[in-house]
Design a protein around this ligand. Structure first.
Ligand SMILES: NC(=O)c1ccc[n+]([C@@H]2O[C@H](COP(=O)([O-])OP(=O)(O)OC[C@H]3O[C@@H](n4cnc5c(N)ncnc54)[C@H](OP(=O)(O)O)[C@@H]3O)[C@@H](O)[C@H]2O)c1
Length: 218
């Protein structure tokens, strides 16, 4: 069975993506910082019949993130799809004149170095198998900077640039890189930001393998 690793797995997109891929026959590795929340999500999804295991890591901790993904590979046999969508901290969502250098650096670690670590860890296996998908979700400030959320605007622009280059480099190797940009609030009551509908869009990006970046609502 193929395996999906969700980096930054939480109750909204994390759970919806796990359900979508789980229904398609994927084993699911959940990665986030808080063991108790991960255990809760794991038991809810397991009760629904999904094959789920969880691994603790902070995406800003290079070694911990790499170890969690390697542990997931060891547990399930491979990571065939990587999905990266941790929810940014409020520190990264402050006005530009109130954003410190330290906050910008933390946002960069979160949105650029975290993705690079995750890719570095799972890509060798994908290349060996000659296939794989690297899927990323970010907010609208990754494409249009918003001075009210300065940290993510700076850092997610870097993430968007990295993903563009990654897509160009890996397309000839049958490794799909896709970037789902969500410029609206995510929540069950949101028309465009409904997690189940967004998870469906992410699945299509993985399954159809014909689009790199999709901006929700465009
Ligand atoms: N929520 C929105 O309104 C919104 C709007 C536009 C775009 N987005 C994007 O959509 C994606 C998912 O958002 P969501 O609200 O649906 O989130 P979610 O999947 O419900 O939860 C994300 C999880 O990320 C984990 N996380 C946060 N910081 C982390 C870190 N440093 N290391 C590891 N894990 C971390 C948190 O778990 P722990 O606390 O256990 O680590 C959290 O539960 C994100 O990429 C976000 O940028 C969200």
């Amino acid at each position: 069975m193929p395996t999906l690793a969700i980096v930054g797995a939480g109750p909204q997109m994390g759970a919806a993506i796990a359900r979508k891929f789980g229904a398609q026959g994927y084993q699911i590795a959940l990665i986030a910082r808080n063991r108790e929340r991960l255990d809760n999500l794991t038991s809810v999804l397991s009760e629904d019949g999904l094959d789920v295991a969880s691994f603790v890591a902070d995406v800003r901790d290079h070694q911990a993130l790499s170890r969690a993904l390697l542990d997931a590979e060891k547990h399930f046999g491979s990571v065939d799809v990587l999905e990266y969508s941790p929810l940014p901290a409020s520190d990264y969502l402050q006005p530009v004149l109130e954003t410190t250098r330290e906050q910008a650096q933390a946002a960069f670690e979160f949105s650029v170095l975290g993705p690079m670590t995750a890719v570095e860890t799972v890509l060798p296996g994908m290349r060996k198998r000659g296939t794989g998908s690297l899927l990323f979700i970010s907010g609208g400030s990754s494409l249009v900077p918003a001075g009210t959320v300065a940290g993510t605007s700076i850092a997610m622009a870097g993430e968007a640039a990295y993903l563009t280059m990654l897509h160009q480099a890996l397309a000839p190797e049958n490794i799909q890189v896709s970037h789902l940009v969500v410029p609206v609030l995510i929540g069950p009551g949101e028309a465009l930001g409904n997690p189940t509908a967004l998870a469906e869009q992410l699945w299509r990006l993985h399954a159809d393998r014909d689009r790199f970046r999709v901006v929700v609502g465009n």
